[in-house]
Design a protein around this ligand. Sequence first.
Ligand code: GSH
Length: 216
Amino acid sequence: MTITITAFERSPDGGRGLARDMRVRWALEEVGQPYDVRLLSFKAMKEPAHLALHPFGQIPTYEEGDLALFESGAIVFHIAERHAGLLPDDANARARAITWMFAALTTMEPPIVDREIARLLERDETWYEQRLSVVEERIRKRLSELSGRLGAADWLDGEFSAGDLHMVSVLLRLKGSGLLNEYPNLSAYVARGEARPAYQRAFDAQLAVFTAASSG
Ligand SMILES: N[C@@H](CCC(=O)N[C@@H](CS)C(=O)NCC(=O)O)C(=O)O
């Protein structure tokens, strides 16, 4: 059955892999599933046709037959459950990999997104520098804890899993901030994720959308 996902017609990050359809593309590439992409303008994302698929008018969504999903975490989980390659067979190892998915999305990502919001929307506020420093300290605390847990391992728990896919995706949002560089094992972890052929294919496909939109 054909899988169709949605993505930005013109991604605000210039197609650098940060829009969350990247996580879905990466998961599909890891498990070897072909997919179609429906590109949406910001306007179309808020119109009834898309709101029927995504109550918050965002990307990504995922359609397969009569199944429609939203939320990148749920979509990647669904892909990982249906296809081999992203979750271990052993029940306990599988549960731990799922735990890392949640950890990435609910413990690591919120302060990282807070930093982006501050930099985007709060720059002109008198308290901006103070707020940024508080948010960055919260991020450092989490990075330090994660770095301690990862240690010298390649991946968070044995083989690469959907937990790593989400964690690497979340940490990538810090690229260019300098924060990640303070933790060499995390920088190397992210680089290992980016070096995966499936990641590269997904990245190239996402970048191609932006390049085509810019030249058109
Ligand atoms: N928790 C959601 C977040 C989705 C999200 O924030 N999507 C962004 C792109 S990465 C978006 O559609 N932004 C446009 C908007 O919110 O209007 C997920 O993981 O799928």
